[in-house]
Design a protein around this ligand. Structure first.
Ligand code: NDP
Ligand code: BG6
Length: 500
């Protein structure tokens, strides 16, 4: 990766205090700036950082997309999902640093115009190319244009005199082969150190918290293994279907959309051994190491579902969406049992479950401990540690206590750390704000490395190909239900889960 020729000299020349990272002049280009992700996540996250004083003082944000828009139209779109409480002055100050360039994704001249725009802003701010500078290229784009845009950036925009960082959104490929091709094509253009593959689950507060819980508390790490843990469930439930996104979703399905990335990333952090340090490579080495020990998923260890409309007709079925083929067998629900074949976890089933159009919004990790080998209190329910990622951040331990009062019976209770109660003054940032800040700081710990990605696809690709080749039919489940019939029996029978 290229840097300014002599950073210390360059810093002096530009009067930059290198201790404060946010003094490095930075340009952030958002490709696909007219799109859904940009308006719902990227610009609100950038604004949040700006408002908190966490963006570099000399920052320039440039939206780029094909859509012709005036600057006012672009500003209106970029702010359309800001909180209604956003202070007008702050929004106005933010918009002063936000510009827009319209261009195609495969036309050299359009990218050269973008480069001129970047250079123009730097010149206007008296930032010479002798200074340390950061250029971030955020691809909020459909994957079909990732490689074209990456090639255009490298050919026409990339500036050898500064630090360049490319942010890529999922999906990173469709299976092992296409992911390898994508990694190869991107790798031919940029160093791995310049590439930030976003999995926004890695920016969520409770996912980031797993490392602290595990490795900063003596009692968790002591029981974090097959001797004490019976089974682990990682669950993702959404109460809405794919309305409006059916076209995109049908190409991918729930396994590629949520499991292969978000849920497997969470699993790898729960399962990994302690890293040497909190440095990005140490953390990612440990995650990759544990992924290598996961056997490829088998169809017989998997349950697939697709939602149908409600009986009263108030909610549509997946195939009622006009953009979804009427004979689609794409799963909108899946539940699978995985095994991590290492000394820590051998014999412990990991159930990952994800579904659209279910009964509630919930993302959690449920760690169920083994039965208490104790004759004093027979027939005890099992302890569980639950880390709730969303909607309300919480960590609780299902714990047996003496029923309060004169009774001597036992009762299941909870040691409950609900963030809303305990940390009510703290505003938990959106995952995208956290991750964009990491990009600005050049911290890769919460981004997916190419070998991790490869392992993730290795685990899922045989199953995905088998489902497609054999036209495996998903089981129907009603919109708003808990999933297909037998969803809970599956966890009990296949993973030995016992209801507490
Ligand atoms: P959009 O479909 O909104 O596309 C973004 C922009 O790309 C559009 O505004 C359009 O801009 C341009 N575009 C759309 N289709 C094409 C095409 N076929 N060829 C060239 N350009 C096209 O995507 P999203 O914003 O929803 O998603 C962007 C990326 O982020 C994707 O990789 C997605 O998987 C990922 N993502 C999205 C999430 C979301 O909530 N939306 C969540 C997590 C990840 P124009 O025509 O003006 O150039
Ligand atoms: C995205 C998936 O990556 O994650 C969507 O493509 C899903 O289908 C979303 O709805 C869930 O993210 P969150 O942050 O709302 O849990």
């Amino acid at each position: 990766m290229s840097k300014s020729p002599s950073t210390s000299f360059a810093s002096l020349a530009c009067g930059i205090d290198r201790a404060a990272k946010n003094d490095v002049p930075t340009t952030i280009v958002v490709f696909g700036a007219s799109g859904d992700l940009a308006k719902k996540k990227t610009f609100p996250a950038l604004f949040h950082l700006f408002e908190q004083g966490l963006l570099p003082k000399r920052v320039s944000i440039i939206g780029y997309a094909r859509t012709q828009m005036t600057i006012d139209e672009f500003h209106k779109r970029a702010t359309s999902h800001f909180s209604p409480d956003a202070k007008k002055d702050s929004v106005a100050a933010f918009l002063k640093v936000c510009n827009y360039v319209s261009g195609k994704y495969d036309v050299d001249a359009d990218f050269q115009a973008l480069r001129s725009e970047i250079d123009g802003h730097e010149r206007a701010a008296n930032i010479s190319n002798e200074c340390e500078r950061i250029h971030v290229y955020y691809m909020a784009l459909p994957p079909s244009v990732f490689v074209d845009v990456a090639g255009q950036i490298k050919r026409n925009v990339y500036d050898e005199t500064c630090t360049n960082r490319v942010v890529i959104e999922k999906p990173f490929g469709h299976d092992l082969e296409s992911s390898r091709k994508l990694s190869h094509d991107i790798g031919a253009l940029f160093d791995e150190a310049e590439v930030f593959r976003i999995d926004h689950y890695l920016g969520k507060e409770m996912v980031k918290n797993i490392l602290s819980l595990r490795f900063a508390n003596v009692f968790y790490e002591a029981v974090w293994n097959r001797h004490y843990i019976s089974n682990i469930q990682i669950t993702f439930k959404e109460p809405f279907g794919t309305e409006g996104r059916g076209g995109y979703f049908d190409e991918f399905g729930i396994i590629r959309d949520v499991m292969q990335n978000h849920l497997l990333q969470v699993l790898s952090i729960v399962a990994m051994n302690q890293p040497q340090s909190l440095g990005a490579e140490d953390v990612r080495d440990r995650k990759t190491e544990v992924l290598r020990r996961i056997l490829p998923l088998q169809l017989e260890d998997t349950m697939l579902g697709q939602y149908v409309g409600t009986k009263d007709g108030s909610k549509p079925g997946y195939k009622d969406d006009d953009t979804v083929p009427k004979n689609s067998i794409t799963p909108t629900f899946a539940q699978c049992v995985l095994h991590v074949d290492n000394d820590r976890w051998r014999g412990v089933p990991w159930v990952i479950k994800a579904g659209k159009a279910l009964d509630e919004a919930k993302m959690l990790i449920r760690i169920q401990f083994k039965d208490m080998p104790n004759a004093l209190f027979p027939k005890l329910a099992r302890n569980e540690l639950v880390i709730q990622v969303s909607p309300k951040e919480a960590v609780y331990i299902k714990t047996i206590v003496k029923e309060p009062g004169l009774s001597t019976s036992l009762a299941m209770s909870e040691l409950d750390l609900s963030y809303k109660t305990r940390y009510h003054d703290v505003k938990i940032p959106d995952a995208y704000a956290t991750l964009i800040l990491d990009v600005l700081n050049g911290d890769h710990s919460n981004f997916v490395r190419s070998d991790e990605l490869d392992e993730a696809w290795r685990i899922f690709t045989p199953l995905l190909h088998q489902i497609e080749k054999e036209h495996v039919q998903p089981m129907p489940y009603e919109y708003g239900s808990k999933g297909p019939d037998g969803v809970y029996q599956f966890v009990e029978n296949r993973a030995g889960y016992k209801r507490t």
